[in-house]
Design a protein around this ligand. Structure first.
Ligand code: SF4
Ligand code: SF4
Length: 373
């Protein structure tokens, strides 16, 4: 059977237009009840990369989020919504700021949705994922259509990286910084947390050096939906003007049989691809530093990429929780101050995750900053 992907035109983020277009996108592939059981518990995960206003075109637009939430509520679902913003916004107070500035906090208040943070983790086959997955029956993902410096495309599969609680992202980035390796991790996540439905905000997309402030906004005026993330990413690749197999995550997920990437096996509903594809997207620089690293240097470089916890002594209440949770006993109390033995620290960030006073920050080494991790 062919994978179905709907493409619907939507010219702006005006509330009524977005709601109509989102509804149509989902109806074209069979309607919401085909993907999500009425009355079930649903985790909605937009792409909230950083604390910027919707006009920046970096985060999923709040009106697209609202439209999806409304459709779920129409079938009596109990919705919770959250994301783990970018690696360095993993701290609670920063996540709060991302929620506020992106507009999703307001949407959640207006629509009566519980907005949650991804602070606790569960392990699924060695992959740390938000424990919120265990609170829900279904996952609905709402990515933004953008280019990505490391993975070329950040779409359906890449959006799921936000299911990893903030501080654990650092370790995954550190240990898998080559694009092919990192893409395998993304597919591992997809394999363990497959969304029932994915709806892509492609009204304002991004090309060039995405996915954040260095990218260029591009009006594609589209919304896409599917139950198959591989098919969705393949269609986005075609809209970008590239072969789906050029996207590492698409290639890897297809190889593992997790979805359909062959264009002849994808049934497109709604707008015709022929009418959409015009100018190819400007892609991120292909010969980037990370892609050129010769294999023998990889292990040396890994040693230079370091993330480490730093205590904010002004905030610390000396509760000793961090000492108790540190798996390698790298934390101690000396002269009424918490100290970290960095030669023992394995950068698991359990201390930061458990500190009740938000008194532990994560810093990165100069080399990690230089290569943009
Ligand atoms: S990051 Fe992990 S290993 Fe390092 S001090 Fe904190 S709890 Fe201990
Ligand atoms: S858990 Fe936080 S507040 Fe408690 S002692 Fe450690 S750093 Fe201080």
């Amino acid at each position: 059977m062919k994978a179905e992907v709907s493409i619907v035109s939507c010219r702006n983020y005006q509330r009524n237009q977005v709601q109509e277009a989102v509804k149509k996108a989902i109806e074209l592939i069979g309607g919401i009840s085909k993907f999500v059981r009425p009355g079930s518990r649903v985790l909605v995960k937009p792409n909230l990369l950083m604390a910027v206003a919707p006009e920046a075109g970096i985060d999923t637009h709040p009106e697209v989020v609202r439209a999806v939430v409304k459709i779920l509520k129409e079938i009596n679902c109990r919705v919770i919504l959250g994301d783990a913003p970018s690696v360095w916004a993993g701290h609670s107070e920063n996540t709060e700021r991302v929620y506020e500035l992106s507009g999703v906090k307001k949407i959640c208040e207006e629509e009566g949705v519980r907005l949650v943070k991804f602070e606790r983790k569960i392990w699924r086959d060695g992959i740390p994922l938000t424990s919120r997955l265990d609170e829900c029956d279904f996952l609905v993902s709402i990515p933004k259509f953008k280019t990505h410096d490391l993975t070329i495309l950040t779409g359906a599969i890449k959006n799921l990286f936000g299911l990893v609680p903030g501080t654990f992202k650092t370790e995954l980035h550190k240990n898998h910084f080559k694009p092919e390796d990192f893409s395998k991790i993304l597919v591992d996540i997809y394999q363990r947390a497959r969304p029932a439905l994915t709806l892509v905000d492609a009204i304002t997309a991004m090309e060039g050096e995405g996915p954040a402030t260095s990218g260029k906004l591009r009006q594609t005026n589209l919304l896409l939906a599917s139950g198959d993330c591989v098919a969705l990413d393949s269609v986005m690749a075609m809209i970008m003007g590239i072969e789906p197999g050029r996207i590492f995550t698409t290639r890897e997920a297809s190889k593992r049989g997790l979805g359909v990437s062959d264009k002849n096996s994808i049934s497109i509903k709604g707008e015709s691809l022929k009418n959409i594809i015009s100018q190819p997207f400007e892609l991120p620089p292909t010969g980037s530093f990370k892609k050129k690293i010769p294999e023998p240097l990889v292990n040396i470089i890994k040693k230079l990429i370091k993330y480490y916890p730093v205590i904010n002594h002004k905030k610390c209440t000396r509760c000793r929780v961090c000492i108790e949770v540190c798996p390698v006993k790298a934390m101690n109390m000396k002269n009424e101050r918490i100290t970290v033995n960095y030669s023992k620290c394995i950068a698991c960030f359990c201390c930061q995750e458990n500190c009740p006073a938000a008194a532990i920050n994560i810093k990165k080494s100069i080399f990690a900053k230089i290569i943009g991790l």
